[in-house]
Design a protein around this ligand. Structure first.
Ligand code: TXA
Ligand code: MG
Length: 328
């Protein structure tokens, strides 16, 4: 059921779990200080019990009220990028009410989302709101209210429809607590070089081409549709699998010679363009929607043609998501 922001805040304050829009992906929200509500999120998502939840705040002052200190580098980045698609690891005090949301960890990942509806809901609640992506664990993150409804619609009392997410992949997660270096824990829309512009003298440690998350969530298969997806290196490899689907960039699609295209048609192979490499922002925005749409094609198997998304943060973030949909 679609609900407005007043209804959303009421439900949240009553300990319910609802779906909310953010600029990255839709979130499955509960008041972060309410242990029963937090437990419902784990239940609904079937999320492993040791995988902590990102907490969302209305502004910097609200974050300050929950953390032991606000480190200088973190504050600088917050001033530059918040509200926005970036999350920060911060220290909680020992008796913090957020420690159910963090699965007992003394660190919280805090984010100020850049979506007017979600911000107004947090403000109305007056409390931080925990929200992992609004999908069953291991499934594709939703980027529209329709995608949330298809996966979790029967399990939650309401969805706030904020339209299509403008960014489409999860936030960059950084640990900017130290004075000398910043760690990128999860690649996302905000790139290392944008962080470098704000803090030119600080070393930035990203996980480079390996794309390894060091957040707990990294241990699990992620972002996958029901249809199994495998990565292939050469386009012709799919010809051995009649009736499959192939995701590829527009450039790769256009590189198939015309007379060769009919071989794919004869083999009933669905070619699905993920968009042009000239705008990986556009690829990111529609990525999860396209990937999950493969389930509607009722093919037994899907493939993803390996692509060089480039060595930018968003390129690495996309590569990371592609690796995850194929299970590794
Ligand atoms: O863009 C986003 O960040 C979206 C929207 C809804 O805000 N949220 C999101 O949450 O992606 P989730 O739960 O799907 O991913 C959070 C990641 C997980 O890998 C989790 O393990 C890690 O962050 N994480 C959360 N809290 C943590 C903590 N206290 N310590 C270490 N890792 C944490
Ligand atoms: Mg997620």
């Amino acid at each position: 059921m679609l609900i407005n922001t007043d209804q959303a805040a009421d439900l949240l304050l009553n300990g319910e779990v609802i779906a909310v829009p953010t600029e990255t992906v839709y979130g499955l929200a509960a008041v972060a200080t309410n242990p029963e509500a937090i437990a419902k999120i784990f239940d609904i998502k079937k999320r492993p019990a040791d995988n902590p939840l990102i907490c969302h705040f209305y502004d910097i002052e609200q974050i300050r009220a929950y953390v032991t200190t606000m480190p200088a580098n973190t504050l600088n980045l917050l001033h530059q990028f918040a509200p926005g698609p970036i999350s920060f690891m911060l220290d909680l005090n020992e008796t913090s009410p957020l420690r159910f949301a963090t699965c007992g960890s003394q660190q919280v990942i805090a984010r100020i989302p850049n979506h007017p509806l979600f911000l107004s809901i947090i403000k109305k609640c007056g409390l931080p709101v925990a929200a992992p992506s609004a999908n069953t664990s291991g499934r594709v993150s939703p980027t529209s209210a329709e995608m949330v409804a298809a996966d979790l619609g029967t399990k939650i009392p309401g969805i706030v429809d904020g339209g299509q997410c403008t960014i489409g992949i999860e936030s960059t997660i950084v640990d900017a607590r130290a004075t000398e270096s910043i760690q990128i824990l999860r690649p996302g829309f905000i790139a290392a070089n944008e962080i470098r512009k704000v803090l030119p003298h600080i070393e930035i440690i990203s996980n480079g081409l390996k794309n390894e998350f060091i957040t707990p969530g990294s241990r699990y298969r992620h972002y996958a549709p029901h249809t199994p997806v495998a990565i292939i290196k050469q386009i012709d490899e799919v010809l051995a699998f009649p009736g499959c689907a192939l995701f590829l960039t527009l450039e790769a699609l256009q590189s198939i010679p015309r007379n060769h295209l009919k071989t794919f048609t004869e083999q009933r192979i669905e070619l699905i363009s993920i968009g042009s490499l000239s705008s990986i922002e556009n690829i990111a925005r529609s990525f999860y929607r396209l990937i999950s749409s493969v389930d509607q094609l009722h093919v037994k198997k899907a493939f993803f043609l390996a692509t060089d998304f480039g060595d930018t943060s968003l390129g690495r973030a996309l590569q990371n998501r592609v690796d995850k949909i194929s299970g590794g």
